[in-house]
Design a protein around this ligand. Structure first.
Ligand SMILES: [Zn+2]
Ligand SMILES: [Zn+2]
Ligand SMILES: [Zn+2]
Length: 218
């Protein structure tokens, strides 16, 4: 039977301890504060972020709408047994629709015609959780995403040494003055204004509950 967990997940940055949202089955995340990149493998692998015991508890004893919050110092996780809502009418999808979508390779389709795209499972995630069948509303990793998307208008800042205007464009945190060549480190609040921290958003993990429980008996 196909079950669905609504997941909210973040981990503590190794570099600065601030929370870094993990909004999908991505291979890495980047801290918006210190720009440290954490690879989601090994120590931060998907078997650590979403432990196998989570899927077992969900399949065995969780009731619809109930939430699990496993204790973990470095990981902030809540998982609720809940299907994603139809984007058109808001009614929750169900296990029958999910099964149909998986068999046919189509989006989850509501009786109102609204559809939720079922996202494929990356191989690194699959290796940790073979019972997972797909995702809804998850962030998808794009290798070309440099994370340098700068928000807002131009920022004016003066060189700490000679007061000349600095060329701040958000691509570098250490900015060299074109007059006196002093190097200016942009303060936290300015840097965060240029690179707004992403929020922790929920995504849905669809998995085969029967397969999870079968796996225990082998
Ligand atoms: Zn950090
Ligand atoms: Zn609908
Ligand atoms: Zn200067």
């Amino acid at each position: 039977m196909i079950l669905s967990l609504e997941v909210r997940l973040s981990l503590s940055c190794e570099g600065c301890d601030s929370g870094v949202p993990v909004n999908g089955p991505v291979p890495q995340v980047k801290c918006a504060r210190c720009m440290e990149v954490t690879q989601l493998s090994g120590e931060h692998g998907w078997n650590k972020l979403l432990p196998g015991s989570l899927f077992v508890s969900a399949a065995r004893s969780l009731k619809p709408g109930e939430t699990l919050r496993p204790e973990n110092k470095r990981v902030n996780l809540s998982a609720t047994l809940r299907f994603p809502p139809c984007p058109t009418c808001g009614e929750a999808h169900d296990t029958r629709r999910a099964k149909l979508a998986l068999v046919k390779g189509t989006p989850l389709t509501c009786k109102c015609g609204g559809q939720s795209v079922l996202q494929p499972v990356p191989s690194a995630f699959q290796a940790c959780h073979p019972s997972v069948r797909g995702f809804v509303d998850a962030e998808v990793y794009e290798a070309a995403d440099t994370g340098a998307a700068v928000s807002g208008g131009p920022v004016v800042m003066q060189c700490m040494k000679c007061q000349a205007t600095l060329p701040v464009d958000g691509t570098k945190r250490l900015v060299e003055c074109s007059y006196c060549t002093a190097r200016n480190y942009l303060p936290d609040d300015l840097w965060l204004a240029l690179h707004p921290a992403p929020k922790r958003e929920s995504w849905f993990v669809l998995f085969d509950g029967g397969e999870v429980l079968d796996g225990l008996q082998r």
